[in-house]
Design a protein around this ligand. Structure first.
Ligand code: HEM
Ligand SMILES: CC(C)=CCC/C(C)=C/CC/C(C)=C/COP(=O)(O)OP(=O)(O)O
Length: 298
């Protein structure tokens, strides 16, 4: 009986550490990094060991960054309905053990990148960690409604990390992939912020709908979705990608613009929620299209 209770407690703690790494958000982060690895090969496949080590290293550092964000924001998270069920506000884990967990996980990830991939990828991943855990979480998020526009730069790094892991450099093509996620982040986040405005206001965070109102935020979502459409045409314009990619980018982009237009003209929380969900499907599908196009052309 006693062993069973102990096992259940241990499983609960393991689950709490897992939740801290924000596995669902990071699944898309890692997916984009892996696509970057394949696109970096002009022909053929990247080495299996490089792909494995780079994926493991990037996933561990991204998980550590998420855990640091949960640690730094534990009091803010306790005030928001969406986040108050996280392990730290619930008291399931102590701050010191989360710091240790993030340090060990992040340190392990950086070591794998340095030893089994290359130092450039390790340094870029460390910079991404600092960009999210310090620049975005500590400096920008509590201060400016442009927090996610500037902080989005770290979220846009994963394909660049993947590219650097395989090629040992950062090329213009990799920067196009960066630009796509950079332009995608504002409509992705502001769609959610629109139906979570009360939560952010309660937490005292200056998100765009709190500081500038819903209508301005809806217009901003629409404008960034149009910018995103233009940016997603660049891989075709520069001949990095072919017609198959172009077809997918146009079809997905028009659908995103339609969501943003309807959100602007005819707002409802349910539509904002659907737009946010679509933003995730959109990025998965766009990066999958880049990959399929790359190998079909080859
Ligand atoms: C500064 C940039 C970003 C901000 C502020 C942001 C914000 C958010 C927030 C608040 C959520 C809800 C999370 C939750 O309820 O636990 C979310 C979900 C999500 N985000 Fe982002 N995000 C950003 C960048 C990214 C990037 C770069 C990616 C991937 C490339 C991404 C992928 C996702 C995914 C997949 C989800 C859904 C998670 C789920 O289904 O539970 N986000 N994002
Ligand atoms: C090393 C590496 C590849 C790191 C990538 C990590 C990274 C830049 C993630 C950005 C996406 C993310 C978790 C946003 C959550 O925003 P939030 O923290 O405002 O959301 P919250 O309110 O749910 O905590």
């Amino acid at each position: 009986m006693k062993t069973l209770a102990l096992d259940a407690a241990r499983a609960g703690r393991l689950r709490a550490f897992y939740v801290l790494t924000k596995p669902r958000v990071n699944s898309l982060i890692v997916f984009c990094a892996v696509i970057g690895m394949f696109l970096a090969m002009p022909a053929g496949l990247p080495g299996a060991l490089t792909v494995f080590a780079a994926t493991l290293g990037i996933a561990c550092v991204a998980g550590a960054a998420a855990a640091m964000n949960c640690l730094i924001e534990r009091q803010i998270d306790a005030r928001m309905a969406r986040t108050r069920g996280r392990p730290l506000p619930r008291g399931e884990l102590a701050p010191a053990e989360v710091l240790l967990f993030a340090g060990v996980l992040g340190g392990f990830g950086l070591m794998v990148l340095h030893e089994a991939v290359n130092p450039l990828t390790m340094w870029l991943t460390l910079a991404t960690f600092v960009g999210y855990a310090v620049v975005y979480t500590v400096l920008l998020k509590p201060r400016t409604p442009q927090n996610i526009v500037i902080g989005g730069a770290s979220g846009a790094m994963p394909p660049v990390l993947g590219w650097a892991a395989v090629s040992g450099e950062v090329s213009g093509d990799a920067l196009l992939l960066f630009l796509i996620i950079f332009a995608w982040t504002p409509p992705h986040f502001w769609a959610l912020a629109l139906y979570r405005t009360a939560d952010y206001a309660r937490a005292g965070l200056p998100m765009l709908p709190v500081t500038h109102g819903a209508e301005f935020t809806r217009l901003s979502v629409l404008l960034y979705t149009l910018i995103l459409f233009g940016v997603t045409l660049l891989p075709f314009a520069t001949r990095m990608s072919g017609a198959l990619y172009l077809g997918a980018a146009v079809a997905l982009g028009l659908q995103f613009i339609l969501y943003a237009w309807r959100l602007y003209r005819d707002y409802s929380d349910a539509l904002a929620r659907r737009t946010f969900r679509f933003s995730i499907v959109y990025l998965f599908a766009l990066f999958a299209a880049l990959l399929v196009d790359h190998y079909l052309r080859w």
